[in-house]
Design a protein around this ligand. Structure first.
Ligand code: S3P
Length: 430
């Protein structure tokens, strides 16, 4: 049975200070790299969302000792060579990051692996990572001419490459660099636009030799990693929902503490500024090698804008909630160069446009983005998350603007990235 939630907020505003859970991208990488490293690593403020739990389960199946106590995870490993061939297929759940990064690691291990995911992940393109791994000599095959899960990997010795990914994807960059860690010689990835760099940063924290030069990253092969502790900053992609909620809900003022402010992720702050939202970033500091700070947003008079080009990879997960913000802006907002949205947990051009239209917004999809005409009075509706966590949270925030009731179907998927989302929303409402 699909879950269902009735949302009825009627003129309530949001106020207060909260912390959001740990960053999803960093939580995945912390478990993966600690599993490849020698020694014991303690990860604090780990995101215990379903995606990151899929990553933990995958490495447990390969014999790594991983224990979790709420948001603290302890990983103990004897290094890459100690990983074992799993006796069962690995379930990747809904997680694209687990899929693409794990493939890079498994391609270089001398075992057989079989990988599968849920219905959404089984539709998402895996050729973007399989193509470079094939060039490195990996043996990988899957459904639909090797493009889709389920996939099987016969790992082995890899050759280094110098790869120029045709898609702007941190997952692809990371998967190739991880395969490079196991290859003989130096592997480089050169991007046209820099994507999130948590892999590069964290591999260095684990003692890897790696050089970055503009948009090129080079890693030496056949290195071993040494365990280190990781404190995960708050996820700016989760914070984005409440930052937008505060901007669009009259009389609101919200502070999100300890949010990750890695420059490859802060596009949302720039977009909010560009749209004239009253936003301040305070108390900036560095924790565990990543910049963090507190972000405050007050209810604002919002202006439409154009969002395109190099900023897109830096806001890719925030576009659904930015689209909602644009429905409350004066004038037109145009989002371009974002075709990558079509390859997320859903086709997010289609799912965002269909959902916001049901709320009464003036929004149209284009081949690589959307055009939104503000400001719209949103109304109640009966809508589906399509099983996409970020669409589910966008719907919940849109409901704050609606006089009557909104029915949100399939809200359980929100646990993929933000299991306590409704508890945090409640804290800001009361
Ligand atoms: C992620 C990269 C992004 C993002 C995803 C997490 C990562 O995907 O959408 O939520 O952790 O590397 P792409 O790199 O495929 O754009």
């Amino acid at each position: 049975m699909v879950s269902k939630k009735r949302l009825h907020f009627q003129d309530q505003s949001l106020s207060g200070t909260i912390s959001v859970p740990g960053d999803k991208s960093i939580s995945h990488r912390a478990v993966m790299f600690a599993s490849l490293a020698e020694g014991k690593a303690t990860i604090t403020n780990f995101l215990a969302g379903e995606d990151c739990l899929s990553t933990i389960a995958a490495f447990q199946k390969m014999g790594v000792t991983i224990e979790r106590f709420d948001d603290t995870v302890v990983v103990e490993s004897n290094g890459i060579q100690s990983l074992q061939e799993p006796s069962e297929p690995i379930d990747l759940g809904n997680s694209g990051t687990t899929a693409r990064l794990l493939m890079g690691i498994l391609a270089g291990l001398p075992y057989h692996f079989s990988l599968y995911g849920d219905a959404s992940l089984s539709k998402r393109p895996m050729d973007r990572i399989i193509v470079p791994l094939h060039q490195m000599g990996a043996k990988i095959d899957g459904r639909d001419n090797g493009r889709l899960l389920p996939i099987s990997i016969r790992g082995g010795q890899l050759q280094p490459i110098n790869y120029h990914p045709p898609v702007k994807s941190a997952q692809v960059k990371s998967g190739v660099l991880l395969a490079g860690l196991l290859a003989k010689g130096s592997t480089s990835v050169t991007e046209t636009t820099k994507t999130r760099d948590h892999t590069e940063n964290m591999l260095q924290a684990f003692g890897a030799r790696l050089q970055t030069n503009d948009n090129q990253v080079t890693i030496e092969g056949e290195q071993s990693l040494k365990a280190c502790d990781i404190e995960v900053p708050g996820d700016i992609s989760s914070a984005a929902f409440f930052l937008v909620a505060a901007a669009i809900t009259p009389n609101s003022s919200v502070t999100i503490q300890d949010v990750g402010l890695n420059p490859t992720r802060t596009g949302i702050v720039e977009v909010l500024q560009q749209m004239k939202v009253d936003i301040q970033v305070n108390h900036q500091r560095t924790v565990g090698g990543e910049p963090i700070g507190d972000i405050t947003v007050n209810a604002s008079s919002i202006q439409g804008t154009t969002i395109d080009g190099d900023i897109i990879p830096r806001i890719i997960d925030e576009i659904p909630i930015i689209a909602l913000l644009a429905t409350q802006a004066k004038g037109e907002t145009v989002i371009k160069d974002a075709e990558e949205l079509r390859y997320k947990e859903t086709d997010r051009i289609e799912s965002v446009v269909n959902t916001l239209q049901q709320f009464g917004a003036h929004i149209e999809g284009t081949h690589d983005g959307m055009i939104i005409k503000g400001e719209s009075q949103l109304h109640g509706c009966d809508v589906h998350s399509y099983g996409d966590h970020r669409i589910g949270m966008m719907i919940a925030i849109a409901s704050l603007l609606v006089e009557d009731e909104v029915i949100l179907r399939d809200q359980d998927c929100i646990a993929v990235s933000y299991p306590q989302f409704f508890d945090d929303l409640q804290k800001l409402l009361s």
